[in-house]
Design a protein around this ligand. Structure first.
Ligand SMILES: [Zn+2]
Length: 595
């Protein structure tokens, strides 16, 4: 060590070199992909690093051991955040973490293979703290015990929270909201403070994801038919065979049926033109991830009288046999664990068509096409002795898009002149649109199959959430933290059999009148109950899009009032974070208008 430098300065620099990289490396990754760095991230990173350093100084000669124990935890967390940022998938929240836990091993391996070596080059700098530690250990250059540092850190935390409260107070006033809200947010700020410490984010997200899984497991345990649920119509008519198709990752902004310029939905267009399809134009999802979106759609919100129950319990209670036929996975990353969706749908009789590949199989090679649900559907429709509701869960347009349709369904090739996107981005859009066109064919085949059975039937199709494919920013995928109209706006279409129209002629007219209503899938179980013509203790027609008593209320998507938010939404730089805005000129402006 050069003798000219004071000892406290040398120690200060070494401390910084040990604690700094865990935050600085993700920040650099953020800057390189154009993601915003929040002031709270910087403040909490500084304060938490200082707190950890001061805590370490109390360990005396055990400081090297303390740092060796802390290093892998912080380095791994920081590495995960850096990787997620480099993949431009937005922040890692609990539901994104749940999706990672829930995908099977081959899918996760496939996801990781999308990173280039360059994405991880930054991670080499994470070895800097380790090198620093060696120097500190050899020369005994650790922080001495700091008598008043703890008090200083607490004072700093109080000041930070104070500034934050003042800022929130001013914001509430500018929005004409009660200033008392600001006080209520303070405990939340304190609890979520470590969430902004970047190296801890993946662990905290994993903890929340495990809690969500526990809630769903509890739902599976309490599954039982709801007492007092009953069909409104007298028994003895035609067999009731209701079909609910749960789609995957389909935004209505890529459907010709809803105004997209490409011919992605020829079959649904034809059905609509013939007056056989009702297309609801203003339905959004509550979350841009499968599990939170479907659990909001299928389970009763606490406090509505049927806690711990699901739509399946309701239908079972009303005398229907319920089936869950899935082309998605039964198991998560570890085969011993059921996937979240399989726990959520435990009350239905389940059929899983898509089983894990053997070892060494790549996710992209797994080509169970959604047409596989058709033979299962036919098998169930033959059973005329019991009224039933059949849920079909499709792979839809989930990434990896080319694995969703047979090669014979390749259809779209963008003209080379569309210059605002890279050739790879244009190819991805083509592949996505091909999957939309194949999905259109599958839905049509489902409707034809149900029509051929001749029962009292409806087919309701909706997608769990939307998808973005380089529509206005350098981003493809779906997650709550990247919420946009492309992710929120979903298709919601209804087909009715002749027998349904004959049996329930009085209600068919009001089903058609609901096409322009705003609806959110977190109210869906009331809509399904209405459509299936049943009632139960706690039925609320004001929450059914199909009811004449329907009342539009604030639609909360990804924690925000969607209608208020979308009014200010534009495909501009302010809404492109964390991905860069694509410079597509007026192509961006030609996106279908929102309500
Ligand atoms: Zn999904």
């Amino acid at each position: 060590m050069p003798r000219s430098l004071p000892r406290w300065l040398v120690i200060g620099c070494l401390e910084f070199l040990f604690w700094g990289p865990f935050c600085i490396i993700p920040f650099v990754a953020k800057l390189t992909v154009g993601e915003a760095i929040w002031r709270t991230d910087v403040l909490s990173c500084t304060l938490m690093s200082a707190a950890l350093a001061v805590a370490g100084s109390y360990f005396g000669r055990f400081q090297p051991g303390y740092r060796i124990a802390v290093f892998p935890v912080l380095a791994l967390g920081s590495l995960i955040v850096t990787g997620i940022v480099a993949s431009k998938q937005g922040l890692l929240d609990a539901s994104a973490m749940l999706a990672i836990i829930d995908t099977d091993a081959s899918e996760s391996a496939e996801f990781l293979s999308h990173y280039s070596a360059g994405d991880f080059a930054l991670a080499v700098f994470l070895l800097l703290p380790l090198a620093t530690l060696v120097v500190q250990a050899r020369r005994g250059l650790f922080l001495p015990r700091l008598r008043y540092a703890g008090r200083v850190l607490v004072a700093l935390l109080v000041v930070q929270l104070g500034v934050r409260s003042v800022h929130r107070y001013a914001y509430a006033r500018s929005e004409n909201r009660p200033a008392a809200e600001t006080l209520g947010m303070l405990p939340d700020d304190l609890i979520t403070y470590p969430e902004h410490y970047i190296p801890l984010q993946p662990y905290l997200a994993a903890l929340s994801a495990v809690q969500m899984r526990h809630q769903l497991a509890a739902l599976a345990r309490t599954a039982s038919p709801i007492a007092g649920a009953r069909a409104l119509d007298p028994a003895g008519g035609a067999t009731r065979s209701y079909v609910i198709v749960v789609g995957e990752s389909l935004t209505r902004r890529h459907m010709h049926l809803y105004g997209y310029t490409r011919d992605t939905t020829p079959a649904l267009d034809a059905l609509a033109a013939a007056g056989q399809l009702l297309a609801y134009r203003h339905v959004v999802t509550s979350h841009a991830m499968t599990v939170p979106a479907l659990s909001a759609a299928f389970r009763f919100e606490p406090g509505r009288g049927q806690d711990g129950h699901t739509i399946f319990d309701l239908l079972n209670g009303a005398g229907f046999k319920t089936y869950w036929v899935s082309n998605q996975y039964e198991y998560g990353l570890y085969e011993a664990y059921d996937s979240a969706v399989s726990m959520m749908t435990a009350a239905a009789s389940q059929t899983w068509l898509n089983q894990p590949l053997g070892s060494g199989g790549a996710y992209a090679e797994r080509r169970n096409f959604d047409a596989d649900v058709l033979p299962e559907l036919r098998k169930l429709l033959v059973r005329k002795e019991q009224d039933k509701v059949i849920f079909l869960h499709l792979m839809g347009s989930h990434y990896y898009y080319p694995s969703r349709y047979p090669p014979s369904y390749e259809y779209f090739r963008t003209p080379a002149s569309s210059g605002c996107r890279s050739p790879a981005q244009r190819q991805t859009i083509d592949e996505y649109d091909d999957s939309v066109r194949y999905n259109d064919w599958v839905i049509d085949q489902i409707i034809r199959t149900v029509r051929a059975a001749g029962d009292d039937s409806f087919v309701l199709y909706f997608s769990d959430h939307g998808e973005e494919v380089y529509d206005y920013r350098d981003y493809a995928g779906h997650t709550d933290t990247m919420m946009s109209p492309y992710l929120a706006e979903i298709p919601f279409v209804l087909w009715l059999s002749d027998e349904y129209r004959r049996q329930h002629s009085e209600s068919v007219a009001r089903l058609a009148e609901a096409g322009e209503r705003g609806y959110i899938t977190s109210e869906l179980l009331y809509g399904i109950a209405d459509l299936a013509r049943l009632t139960f203790p706690g039925m609320d027609p004001a929450r059914s899009i199909f009811s004449e008593h329907y009342v539009e209320r604030p639609r909360i998507a990804a924690g925000r009032d969607y209608d208020r938010w979308v009014q200010s939404w534009a495909p501009d730089a302010a809404h492109s974070a964390p991905s860069r805005l694509l410079d597509c000129g007026d192509k961006v402006a030609s996106a279908p208008a929102t309500r």
